[in-house]
Design a protein around this ligand. Structure first.
Ligand code: FAD
Length: 357
């Protein structure tokens, strides 16, 4: 039977929408081991690290090295830093190949793979549509409240994973676009990549028990300070959430990564129809999703992969996403608004993560 988190420090509010770090365990307490905790700002959001035991050089060295890793990720794949490698590729208005680092190539390869597996539901070239609907980097005030069909059609001509290519050789990596004005925004996968890079740092330093996160993308290994499995809280909205009430569903990670894509915080109301418009766009229609799935959490081996597919599964909606996950033995947890209630639906492989010792 599923137990409930007691006295759990869930950082869901700090980490954005969805999955939150819980530096506590479920059930009865046992002997505590010492832990180092740090956190800070990165990528327009927050990162957090908990190391059980010591870190070589101590807490300040941990912070220094973690922030070096995250700064590097920003320099590689930030859409917001106009000098990042990714921005330079976006500014490269040419169909000639463009040299990038192996890291950039790895993130693009994972994004293309996720897009292929999810039939284009997650598409890192979707930026023109995100902007058109007022959720991107172009300010909403300069846009019509609801784009018309011709604007959507024009934006759709500028997107498509089939227009983006990666080549990786022994000592080089290149990106190439089929149309000069194709733009790539890796924000939907970047937090997962950042969490994986922090996990890589922990491995390099020989840390066996840790939890690292960038926003809602989390990696765990080993056990927490009480010698128990790490527990992550998935935020579960309630009908009364406008007065600050929410549930937290404990997920025992078993050393896996977890990330969440959600739509109940970031949305606009269509002035004409009164319809709720999500910041998540269905590339097949060019429009925001309108179904009632409010979040999808994915548990898997790497945060890059879980973060790459959670947005696509959101586009698909709970029912199709769970069918997809069951066919592939994937662990996913979805929350759907049904009338005034928020109901959970999850795949078969998810069950084991919901029973904490
Ligand atoms: P997710 O659910 O992960 O993704 C949704 C977002 O992806 C949407 O908002 C939209 O932009 C896009 N999207 C919508 N539909 C699709 C689709 N079908 N397929 C693919 N993508 C889709 N933000 C800042 O404000 N300032 C910064 O300086 C900044 N720096 C960043 C640096 C890096 C390296 C990265 C990776 C991100 C940065 N961000 C920054 C962005 C930000 O913090 C979040 O990563 C971003 O808003 C997406 O996170 P999310 O969890 O809200 O959305």
């Amino acid at each position: 039977m599923k137990k409930i988190i007691f006295g759990c420090l869930a950082l869901a509010l700090l980490t954005g929408f969805s999955t939150g770090l819980s530096g506590c365990d479920v059930g009865s307490s046992s002997v505590s081991r010492s832990e180092l905790k740090i956190g800070g700002k990165t990528m327009g959001t927050f990162y957090n690290i908990i190391v059980i035991g010591d870190y070589p050089g101590g807490q300040e060295q941990l912070r220094h090295e973690a922030e070096e890793v995250l700064d590097r990720v920003n320099r590689e794949i930030s859409f917001f830093d106009k000098n990042s490698e990714l921005s330079k590729f976006n500014q490269h208005k040419s169909t000639e190949p463009f040299r990038v680092s192996q890291d950039v190539a790895d993130v693009v390869i994972a994004s293309l793979r996720a897009g292929k597996e999810l039939d284009g539901a997650v598409d890192v070239t979707v930026g023109p549509l995100v902007n058109l609907w007022g959720f991107g980097h172009v300010k909403t005030e300069t846009l019509p409240p609801t784009p018309d069909d011709s604007a959507i059609k024009a934006a759709r001509k500028r997107i498509g994973l089939d227009k983006l290519h990666v080549s990786v050789g022994y000592s080089f990596a290149e990106l190439k676009k089929d149309i000069p004005n194709l733009e790539v925004d890796l924000s939907t996968v970047g937090e997962g990549f950042g969490a994986d890079k922090l996990a890589e740092l922990m491995e390099l330093r020989g840390i066996q028990n840790y939890m690292v996160s960038v926003a809602g993308a989390i990696r765990t290994k080993g056990l927490n300070s009480r010698g128990k499995d790490w527990v992550i809280a998935i935020e579960h909205p309630t009908a009364e959430q406008n007065v600050g009430q929410r549930l937290e569903v404990p997920v025992c990670t078993m050393g896996q990564a977890i990330s969440t894509s959600g739509s109940y915080r970031n949305y606009k109301i269509d002035e004409k129809t009164g319809q709720r418009l999500s910041h998540i766009i269905d590339p097949a229609t060019g429009k925001p999703i309108t179904h009632h799935t409010v979040s999808v959490s994915v548990v898997g081996a790497t945060a890059l992969w879980t973060d790459a597919i959670d947005t696509g599964l959101m586009v698909m909606g709970s029912e199709a996403a769970i069918r997809f996950a069951n066919e592939r033995n994937m662990a996913i947890y979805t929350i759907v608004k049904e009338g005034n209630e928020f109901k959970a639906h999850y795949s078969r492989a998810m069950q084991k993560y919901l029973v904490c010792d």
